[in-house]
Write a protein that binds this ligand. Structure first.
Ligand SMILES: CC(C)(COP(=O)(O)OP(=O)(O)OC[C@H]1O[C@@H](n2cnc3c(N)ncnc32)[C@H](O)[C@@H]1OP(=O)(O)O)[C@@H](O)C(=O)NCCC(=O)NCCS
Length: 179
């Protein structure tokens, strides 16, 4: 199946609502995303992404076989961290285990490193999230340490793991697509 990342379109609202209205995804993300997640919530998110400052926020829809299958975003930090950015992503449950998140992380990071002055991209999965940690490792991120008791999610105190990739870090086996 063909994978791609691309800009968001308003027409993504219905399939986005369908795939994100899922506790198996939301339980692994930060709070702030409504549940149930409606098409109106999806439209508001897409509008916000389309209107965001293009030097601060780098949002992409992820597709598989031409259909919306997930979301990935890279967000520039502020103050002394302005050349650092945070990465977040999720894949619709029907598409798990196909290599799609790994593809999207590699593509989004390559795009941001090529187009901006960002030096470091980091992600902080919950420490139990082995699939996400594996995605980051396959994408050239280095494990930098355990962030103990760094979050409270669904009433539980959780450790998180700090992973980061620098612009100069290589990705084993990654071949960028030809234009
Ligand atoms: C985590 C998530 C993004 C992975 O997406 P995906 O497209 O299935 O990921 P990939 O197929 O690219 O890679 C998954 C890897 O994790 C491995 N994996 C999956 N479940 C695992 C588990 N329980 N323990 C160890 N490894 C696991 C897979 O075997 C695969 O590694 P491999 O290629 O070496 O076999 C997806 O499950 C998701 O959206 N989860 C909910 C939201 C989320 O966790 N987002 C990330 C927040 S930091």
């Amino acid at each position: 199946m063909d994978f791609a990342i691309r800009q968001w379109h308003m027409e993504d609202a219905a399939p986005l609502a369908e795939l994100l209205n899922n506790r198996h995804i939301l339980d692994n993300l930060r709070d702030g995303i409504p549940y149930p997640y409606t098409e109106e919530d999806a439209r508001a998110f897409i509008r916000e992404m389309l209107e965001a400052d293009p030097d601060q926020t780098f949002p992409y829809a992820i597709t598989a076989g031409g259909r919306l299958a997930g979301s990935i975003g890279i967000y520039r930090c502020g103050n002394i961290h302005f050349r650092t950015a945070e990465l977040g992503y999720y894949i619709g449950e029907a598409y798990w285990g196909m290599g799609l998140a790994t593809y999207a992380v590699q593509q989004a990071c390559a795009d941001v490193f090529a187009r901006t002055d960002i030096l470091r991209i980091f992600a902080e999965p919950f420490s139990y999230n082995a699939a996400s940690c594996r995605v980051l490792e396959k994408s050239g991120f280095q494990y930098e340490g355990l962030l103990r008791s760094n979050a409270v999610k669904n009433g539980k105190i959780l450790d998180m793991k700090m992973y980061a990739r620098l612009k100069q870090d290589s990705v084993p086996g990654y071949l960028p697509p030809q234009p």
